[in-house]
Design a protein around this ligand. Structure first.
Ligand SMILES: CC(C)(COP(=O)(O)OP(=O)(O)OC[C@H]1O[C@@H](n2cnc3c(N)ncnc32)[C@H](O)[C@@H]1OP(=O)(O)O)[C@@H](O)C(=O)NCCC(=O)NCCS
Length: 112
């Protein structure tokens, strides 16, 4: 059993954590782009190895999307896949992201 909650906001960085029995087991950050306020970027997605493959990474990204869609001026969410396994891409595709053809570096985009 785990919960996902906002851990803090610093400048325009919002940190979400997944927590189980008081322990931090997962994490991501989303940031409003400094130069393009219509774009939010999700970074630093990570789940502790023991807790992987239980849907927590996907739940963190879903919660980020839910919160970002409340920002009225945001038009797109971007993620990059830095995972060795391609797990981030799999999570992104399950949640409606596509590759952005203008960004070949595995940049994934969800238009809002
Ligand atoms: C990427 C990461 C956060 C995914 O977290 P997770 O909680 O294990 O992901 P989920 O359980 O939500 O997985 C959702 C889907 O992603 C894919 N996936 C997850 N782990 C995978 C793996 N090791 N290999 C291949 N696909 C994987 C699967 O399609 C999975 O769905 P399924 O379990 O129904 O098959 C986790 O693997 C991680 O922390 N990796 C190390 C850090 C890292 O690389 N972060 C990414 C930086 S961009």
């Amino acid at each position: 059993m785990y919960i996902i909650k906002l851990d803090g906001i610093k400048d325009s960085d919002f940190t979400l954590i997944a927590q189980s029995e008081g322990n931090k087991i997962g994490h991501l950050v989303f940031t409003v782009n400094v130069f393009d306020k219509e774009t939010v970027i999700i970074t630093d997605l990570e789940v502790r190895p023991k807790y992987q493959r239980k849907g927590i990474g996907k739940a963190l990204v879903e919660e980020a999307i839910r919160r970002i869609t409340k920002f009225s001026n945001v038009r797109r969410i971007l993620m990059e896949d830095g995972s060795a396994t391609g797990a981030t891409t799999q999570i992104a595709f399950k949640l409606g992201f596509n590759y952005e053809p203008n960004f070949p570096n595995l940049r994934l985009v969800l238009p809002l």
